[in-house]
Design a protein around this ligand. Structure first.
Ligand code: NDP
Ligand code: N5H
Length: 257
């Protein structure tokens, strides 16, 4: 791989363990020569990240704590990043959360709190981190988030998260318009199902993997490395003409009726 991101400072949010989409992204960005800055919420994720970086001989430029449900935490995190590197060129948002009981049964049973929680962590967080990151993107930049087909279509059990992802995808478009004048692009990857910690124990996940194998044009599932390389494309100059876009990395599953 050529060093597409040599000398670029990129913030990666959402590595929980070696299965995380954000870890697949980390490997792609590291191979492209990026300087990596990480944010974690839980101490458990922080510890896993340190070990993963060590095992893979990847040096983090910085690791900061960030809970996206808390404005003060976001401000502190980006102030710390500003102090360390001054300028950032990219940001990867790989964060979502909904209550497990809202990811099954009838969507109309979703509580007000459950609905707002999913929107807060999974959609508003992109708005909040874009505002903070933009201040550090003084040389232009690229922001990439992770979404799923359930934003566009009704997919059993995805429920409250489908509505949150629809909000996330619309936010990508409105944010792209806001920050475009500063040379900053905002895009999303819509990945096929991948077995990660967040996906663990959610109803109907295995069936979704089977459907991709059976119906997708490529007849196979995608993995974290494929999402990582597509995210690298969005962060690099190769995609300099693209913003406000949702790119499906799903073996073509979404084109099948
Ligand atoms: P992971 O469980 O690996 O990652 C989820 C991450 O969300 C964790 O790192 C977690 O951090 C973080 N997170 C949750 N709440 C907060 C918060 N309040 N503040 C900061 N971070 C938070 O799962 P994935 O890699 O699967 O998920 C990454 C993204 O990919 C999500 O947006 C998901 O919707 C999306 N996606 C996943 C697909 C799949 O099949 N797996 C398919 C399509 C999209 P911590 O552990 O520290 O709390
Ligand atoms: C149609 C499907 C299967 C059903 C729906 C799954 C939705 C998953 C998304 C959210 C992010 C899962 C979630 O928040 C789980 C939490 O309630 C419990 N888990 C945790 O707290 C773990 C420890 C932490 C790490 O999780 C988080 N989120 O922080 C969709 C699937 C085919 C594809 C898929 C899995 C999509 C997606 O958006 O992740």
């Amino acid at each position: 791989m050529t060093e597409l991101l040599k000398g670029k400072n990129i913030v990666v949010m959402g590595v929980a363990n070696e299965r995380s989409i954000a870890w697949g992204v980390t490997k792609s960005l590291h191979n492209a020569g990026a300087n990596l800055i990480f944010t974690n919420r839980q101490e458990r994720s922080h510890k896993k990240l340190i070990k993963l970086l060590d095992d893979n001989q990847i040096e983090a430029r910085q690791i900061v704590s960030c809970d996206v449900s808390d404005d003060a935490s976001i401000n502190t995190a980006f102030n710390e990043i500003k102090e360390e590197v001054g300028v950032i060129h990219g940001l990867v948002h790989a964060i979502a959360f909904a209550n497990r009981e809202d990811l099954k049964g009838e969507f109309s049973d979703t509580s007000r709190d459950g609905f707002l929680l999913a929107q807060n962590i999974s959609a508003f967080s992109l708005v909040a981190v874009t505002k903070a990151a933009k201040e550090l993107m003084t040389e232009g930049g690229s922001i990439v988030t992770q979404t799923y087909l359930g934003a566009e279509r009704v997919i059993p059990n995805y429920n409250v998260m489908g509505v949150a992802k629809a909000s996330l995808e619309a936010s990508v478009r409105y944010l792209a318009e806001d920050v475009g004048k500063h040379g900053i692009r905002v895009n999303a990857i819509s990945a096929g199902p991948i077995r990660t910690l967040a996906a663990k124990g959610v109803s109907g996940f295995n069936e979704k993997l089977g459907m991709v194998e059976e119906k997708a044009p490529l007849r196979r599932n995608v993995d974290q490395d494929q999402v990582g390389d597509a995210t690298l494309f969005f962060l690099s100059d190769l995609s300099r003409g693209v913003t406000g876009e949702v790119l499906h990395v799903d073996s073509g599953y979404h084109i099948i009726g």
